[in-house]
Design a protein. Sequence first.
Lengths: 761, 440
Amino acid sequence: MKQISLALLLLFSHAEMTSAAVPPLSKNKLVHTPIHPAKSIASRTTTKLLAVNTDKTTPAKIEFLRDVAPILDRSGCSVAECHGKFGGRGGLQLSLLTLSPEDDYDPLIHGDRGRRVNFAAPEKSLFLLKSTAQIAHKGGRRFIVGSLAYNTLLNWVKSGAPFEPNDPRLVTLTLQPPLVALKKIGQKQQLHTLAVYTDGSKRDVTAQTVFMSTNGSILQVSPAGMVTGGRWGGGAILGRYLGTIAASFFTLPQTLKGAYPPLPSGNLIDKMVFDNLKKLNVIPSAPSSDTEFLRRVTLDTLGRLPTLEEIAAYSKNTDPNKRAKKIDSLLDTSEFTDFRALHLADLLRVNPQKLGNAGTLGERGAELFYEWIWKGVASNKPWDQFVREIISARGSTYHNGPANFYRIENGANDRMENIGQAFLGVRMSCARCHKHPFDRWTTDDYWNFSAFTAKVGIMGGRIYNENVVTYSPQTGLANQSVNGRNKGKLAPATFLGEKSPAPDSPDQLNALAAWMTDSKNTFFSRAAVNRIWSYYFGKGIINPVDDMRATSPESVPGLLDALAQEFVKSKYDVKSLIREIMNSRIYQLSSIPNDSNVKDDQFFSRFTPRPMPAQALLDMLNQATGIEERIGYYPERSRAVQAASPVSSYFLDSFGQSHREFLADIDPKLEPNLVQTLHMINSPYIESKVRDGHNTTELLKHTKSPEDVVRNLYLRTFSREPSTAEVSKSAAVMAGAKDLNEGAQDLLWALVTSREFYFNH
Amino acid sequence: MAHEWLSDCEKFHRRDVLRVGALSFMGLTLSKYFALAGEAKKASPLTQTTGTADSVILIWLAGGPSHLDTWDLKPDAPLEIRGTFKPIETSAKGIQISEHLPKVAKQMDKICLVRSMTSPAAAHEIGTHYMLTGFLPLPGFAVPSYGAVAAKLLGPRSALPPYIAIQQPGSEMGAGFLGAALNPFCPGGDPNSGNFQVRDLEMSGGMTTQKLDRRKALRETVDNAFRLQERGSDTARAVDSFYNRAYTLLSSTEARAAFDLSKEKGELRDAYGRNTFGQSLLLSRRLVEAGVRFTTVTLGGWDNHSNIFNALAGGSLPQFDQSFSTFIADMAQHGLLQRTMIVVMGEFGRSPLINKDGGRDHHPRVFSTLLAGGGIKGGTLVGSSDARGMEPASDPVRPEDLSATIYQALGLDYTQSISSPEGVRIALSRGGSPIRKALV
């Protein structure tokens, strides 16, 4: 089961709306005249508070931030359906999910001309009457009269609704315990939220925390923070308090039937993945066979099937190290460079449309950019150097390949988002307008980091559509958040996650490149490793690979850090990382599940079948049938994976070719769908490959035996010998055809439209 | 799935989502969706929506047709604005349209004319995106089009795909973040061509039942080994379900027949116009009959920066007039107008001031849109532009309002939200409200 988007669950909350309209507020004439600033209200009424507040269940002094604001969040007032919506609801706008509680005081107390609070008769305060549904409230009853939430709000109003500038602010938030290994299904664990404030005080704020589970089928959490294990697996419980999120990571083993088998040792990856599987009582699948391995590793490195000659040579080879040697030789081919360059061209969104229009000279920029990528892969250019050259690129887009990167997006903030997702594994887009609801990023983080890319200058060149990328030191960027405190102010260039602005530098783009690729920048190394891992396992260690949050559960604890450290130590050697991955026993596990791991979709206990990129699938089809197809404008005999830019092709589009238009296109869409299936099983396009491909014609020149035909075609498509039963069954059906040629074509059709062909497994 | 921590409100919303049989939760694979849709279908037939329309046909006039020369003439404006066309009376009292649309004029009692569409977007891509999704482009974020949302939330009504674009759609008509599975199915080819065949739906020549059966048998044989892997893979099971579904579609004579225009009388085909647009409209009627939720027909040629009056009077308008008037009458005659909403629009209007090349340039501040059928009050006029056709003078209608109108007609709560895979959430209509004056 796929995980339900946490965001979706969160944001779907509180849609319960009664149809009653909000009545006019005429009854509340006895309203407090707003007085600014808040402080004066507080000081004026403090003495009154002491006399009135006899309720022992609420703290003696009720503070807006620590006591009141969390109620807005926990009661669901500030969700996007209700008052957290931009523009608010019923005239009241609160910060989304109380992510910026400081901003909520004014609308609550002074908004709507102060009619929401009634200092003369606090019980009659509109926001208390509404939230308890004593008068019609579209959001229904959020809590009842006399509840702790109610008493806290009431006593706060009685005390004059204070919010003082020196009220303590939240500094850190943690969930305790941070790591929990549950033993069995149904076991419970109470979480506690601990908050530390600017005045050094600490509080247990469990009762004020909003809890969420990243995977509701594995972990359920009650509003009070009690976690129950639902099924085996791993996940995180997130707690939100005052706009900050903390996580506690859980694992729950499955019940072990019989003894856990001893597992072989292997490389670093094997050790960590196996250790984790053992903790979870998940037994990995058996190792893949040589033929399975050869097909898998050839598809993943070259984006094509192994040839009959390669299969024969490999099966004859008796060298015990033949897998490692095969990996080495595959990684040294130019076909590997082609296929890895395709991944990178998607990541960098090499797209003539973006680079000055297709059909004019946009292709010029795209080809140059692609060529630069290709050479970088061929020479195994260290990843840090590769990225530095992109970020510091200058000059003409018709001369310097990587300079085209800054034409893919034009706005300073769009460029920053692009850099964040492609190289740092962070999605910043939420923080453009408001604090990121599931990550640490504030609007200041967003705009201050964008201030670097604001210094990219683009000038016209001498040739049509040529651009020249320059450094533009004077260009500043205004913070354009929706209601951030620094809205409208000049954003000081600040490295992501740092508190103070970057030191002055003669070239801030070079400074950005240096900061990004610094060996201490774990965003960079972790994002690179996680992404490379995902190409070979179909998913990252943390997912999504371009949205790695501090609160995202890591499927194998410690693995990403360990690999990232090795990656840095290797001087960002991409091939060496790929080699380590492919040599691991984990990568070489069979894709056939056992009873113990059939439900595992997180822990890499088997190889997960996954669709190949559209371009590779097309190459596979042409290879299996024996067709030479011209791809787009590219020369005859070139392969689809070699195309520098997206190609106009119904097949490629149907199978998820990325058009590299949007930020979300940094990866192809490898989801199967109905259009693909129809095209595969019933299109003249595929039919002509099956009918006209020279593989069957050639084959029938050499054999008249249906059994031989079956064997040959299995090898050409599934890269394996058929079983005896498969041979006899296939041959029997083929016998119904008018001749062996037709039978062979029908079998070939069946093979290429089947799942064993379509998936890398 | 257990969601103990969800409040009542969320349960409410889930129920709401399930009611329309949707795969709103992004985790649902399509195979599960089909299973779910199947179950829901057993419980209550989904062919009818709770709204005023079960289907939508969207006629997209690409390029931005001039409002001043079609639906909103300004006979009293100075010559450099009013151009050369004269207004004529229509079957709707008080509504005048261009003299080059005489046949449509006779159908205006079935049509609601909105003369006060307004948008800030004067560039084709942006205006197109706005009009076809209800949103200005959001950077880095592909908003789904009306058809994709309808396909997602309402599901198919028959073996046919729920969303079909008769002409090759641009990305603005696509599924955006909803994922490729909800992109419109494009039949490919020209419905006006004699050998019009639907992309991948017609069995290719030389295919016999025996051959088909043989291939199916072979495929089952060779695919069988993969059942071992399938146990652990949602994706592998999904591919299997698509395979079965594809065969259902291929073997459904009804579904295939929907694309077969030769089943229509020659005179009717002539009346529609023997051209791509006319035959596409006829096809769209057949598709609605066969249960397609959302169909788009695109007609280009409206970006008249020069020589506009010749271009319109000599080509675009007579063609549109003949095909569209026949289409409206035919839809009504087949009893389909009642439950099918028809929308005719482009990305903007054209500038009142005629330029030096005798053309009009882009003008989004005010332009006209037609609505008809399912839930729309025929013969009505909504809004007006000012005396020079520059700005809305009354009842301005934004693309958001249009989107709310379309979604509401389909029985969808236009204030509900859908979420991108990244968890970014958007309401179906951002702050829009249905065009009340247009509704029955």
